[in-house]
Design a binder for this molecule. Structure first.
Ligand SMILES: Cc1ncc(COP(=O)(O)O)c(C=O)c1O
Length: 364
């Protein structure tokens, strides 16, 4: 408990706030792993190991106006996103990563004590942002194949429910929620936030439904398919009135000019980027087959750029550490519903080869 000095004055509900456990940064592993930091294989944060479009690097190297603030109304950016997402710019708001939009949506809707329905296990940022806003997270467990239990979601609704979250495909499990299930949840009339961070890998989207459903909000990102995680740019598609509110409450200039240039250049290079998305999907299926051969792992089918695995010998923590010692980072989970599990991002073929060789050496 905070008790003295300046700490005494902070918000009492944040004293025991646990924060967000971000992945290990390679630079913190200098000298602690068997390979030089530059050779670390990062399969822990669902980044795109092909990188971004070379057009982005070229344009950023010569961009002249870094001394000028971006357009706060995101006019050009929203127009570019209109073309890509196929919805009117008045529905679009961009953020410094889609994570920022999750935070903004919660700030807009949540009063202390309001409830948010979350289909667990899922992306940890929902818990983080809900707690930060003083909301209460109501957790509805997915079934043993990590499918959303639509009836249980509906049964969890109370008069305090403000938003229902759905991640599609889900992180960390890679599971899709079929359109029918999402429609049933939308028919409750409550605001539904569908996070489609991995849309380009799954091909599944509810964006075409936005003009039909006034309660539908969809989030997308450039972090995964376009390889721009480090630049932080995502966007959301909202009912126009909600988009207006979000633009009003966001921090000024929330998307920087480098991110704007990067979006513009990525969208000029869609074929190149989608070719790499297809390569990652092909690699995902090869990795899945290789993981299946290891009898002590149970990989789950995935529609995203990662594969979730149960470690059947109960040694997931040890496995994560042994892989890390060899310079391979994967995400390890040890929470209710995610006991002894790891999540492996899909990289290039050589990353799969390095990982599989390491897994064979470590053994079950
Ligand atoms: C479901 C989901 N939503 C959002 C994000 C974060 O996206 P961004 O980098 O745009 O903040 C991630 C990243 O891992 C994710 O898995």
């Amino acid at each position: 408990m905070a008790s003295s000095g300046i700490e005494r004055l902070i918000r009492s509900d944040l004293v025991d706030f646990s924060g967000y456990a971000a992945r290990t940064s390679p630079e913190t592993l200098e000298g602690k792993v068997e390979v030089p930091v530059e050779s670390i294989v990062k399969l822990d944060a669902n980044e795109n190991l092909y990188g971004c479009s070379p057009r982005v690097n070229r344009a950023l190297a010569t961009y002249p106006d870094l001394n000028i603030y971006p357009d706060d109304g995101q006019t050009r950016l929203r127009k570019l996103l209109e073309g890509y997402a196929g919805v009117d710019a008045k529905r679009i708001v961009a953020g410094s990563g889609s994570n920022q939009l999750i935070d903004l949506v919660l700030r807009l809707f949540i009063n202390k004590g309001d409830e948010i329905i979350n289909c667990v296990p899922t992306f940890a940022i929902f818990r983080f942002s809900t707690e930060l806003c003083g909301g209460t997270l109501v957790e509805v467990p997915r079934d043993e194949d990590f499918k959303v239990n639509v009836n249980a979601v509906k049964a969890a609704i109370t008069e305090k429910t403000k938003i229902i979250f759905l991640v599609n495909p889900n992180n960390p499990t890679g599971t899709i929620t079929p359109r029918q299930g999402i429609l049933e949840i939308l028919d409750t009339g409550l605001p539904v936030l569908v996070d489609e961070a991995y849309y380009e890998f799954s091909g599944e989207t509810v964006v075409p439904l936005v003009s039909q459903y006034e309660n539908l909000m969809v989030l997308r990102t450039f972090s995964k398919w376009a390889g721009l995680a480090g630049l932080r740019v995502g966007y959301g598609i909202f009912p126009p009135k909600i988009a207006d509110y979000l633009l009003k409450i966001k921090i000024p200039y929330n998307v920087n000019v480098a991110a704007l240039v990067a979006v513009q250049e990525s969208l000029k290079d869609i074929d190149y980027l989608l070719e790499r998305v297809r390569a990652i999907i092909t690699e995902r299926e090869r990795l899945f087959g290789e993981l299946q051969k290891l009898k002590w792992l149970k990989p789950f089918p995935s529609r995203a750029n990662f594969i979730f695995c149960s470690v059947l010998n109960g040694k997931a923590r040890e496995l994560k550490q042994k892989l890390q010692d060899k310079g391979i980072l994967v995400r390890y989970f040890d929470q209710p519903m995610l006991r002894d599990c790891i999540r492996i991002s899909v990289g290039k073929p050589e990353h799969t080869d390095t990982l599989i060789k390491a897994l064979q050496e470590i053994g079950g």
